[in-house]
Design a binder for this molecule. Structure first.
Ligand SMILES: Nc1ncnc2c1ncn2[C@@H]1O[C@H](COP(=O)(O)OP(=O)(O)OP(=O)(O)O)[C@@H](O)[C@H]1O
Ligand SMILES: [Mg+2]
Length: 235
């Protein structure tokens, strides 16, 4: 598989993977690309009519260039907001990576570029034997690491990058997502992360005051040329 795209992972659950993925989809769309988001496995869902739907998948769908069926975008959706291997087991199911690869290929046929959001952090189990890292490797996508900028993030970022290297996935860079309005020593933390992770962030997303009113993109900064270069040369 050699479709262009990125796999988006993060330093933890709830640190801005969806926020960054949606922003990235919008950014790439402004460059004339047909961009589609994918949430392969989602834990935590609401029943809408006959079906379960997850808010990350809905957000990615809303941002995407094309309107495609829900279950193409989010093949596995489980009600319980637990680690995916546990929510799947609770639903009497087991996540199969081969099923996700097929779903990915189906989406890839419709898009120039796919943004695939993981679940939780890098080593979150998907079934008893495989985790998010295995899925990213199987999808052969370069991986973007979202760092949720808060106390403890340097440690989480370094551990995640080391685990990514050990897995042998292609590292496409990192994005700083400002989860707090007043992180102490913000510039020093950014400089430390840039030093430890080997380069400055591909993007920096500012703190959004009232998230429920939709993201503000005004002060976000992206290294667009670099992102496009990595999309082309790595994808
Ligand atoms: N830049 C930001 N400014 C303010 N709040 C933010 C920002 N980014 C994320 N948040 C807050 O963190 C929450 C989680 O963000 P998001 O859903 O993008 O994380 P995630 O890593 O995708 O989570 P999950 O592991 O559930 O997929 C948001 O609902 C919002 O409340
Ligand atoms: Mg998310």
């Amino acid at each position: 598989m050699s479709r262009a795209g990125f796999f988006v992972t993060g330093t933890d659950t709830g640190i801005g993977k969806t926020h960054v993925s949606v922003s990235l989809i919008r950014l790439l769309r402004t460059r004339g690309l047909r961009v589609v988001g994918m949430k392969p496995v989602a834990s935590g869902a609401e029943r809408i009519g006959e079906n379960w739907q997850n808010e990350d998948a809905l957000a990615l769908m809303a941002a995407s260039s094309l309107s495609l069926p829900y279950d193409w975008v989010n093949p596995y959706v489980f009600e319980a907001p637990l680690s995916p291997h546990l929510s799947a087991a609770r639903a009497g199911q087991q996540v199969e990576l081969s099923y996700l690869i097929t779903a990915y290929q189906r989406l890839a046929a419709f898009a120039d570029c796919l943004i695939v959001e993981g679940a939780g952090g890098w080593r979150v189990p998907l079934n008893p034997a495989e985790d998010i890292a295995d899925l990213a490797l199987r999808l052969e996508l370069p991986v973007i690491l979202v760092v949720g900028m808060r106390l403890g993030c340097i440690n989480h970022a370094c551990l995640t990058q080391a685990a990514m290297q050990a897995k042998g996935v292609r590292n496409a860079g990192w994005v700083a997502n400002h989860l707090e309005s007043d992180l102490a020593c913000r510039e020093e933390v950014l400089a430390t992360l840039s030093d430890k992770l080997g380069e400055p962030p591909l993007g920096e997303l500012e703190f959004v005051d009232d998230f429920s009113h939709g993201e503000s993109t005004r002060n976000n900064v992206w290294r667009v040329g670099e992102i496009l270069r990595r999309l082309g040369s790595l994808g």
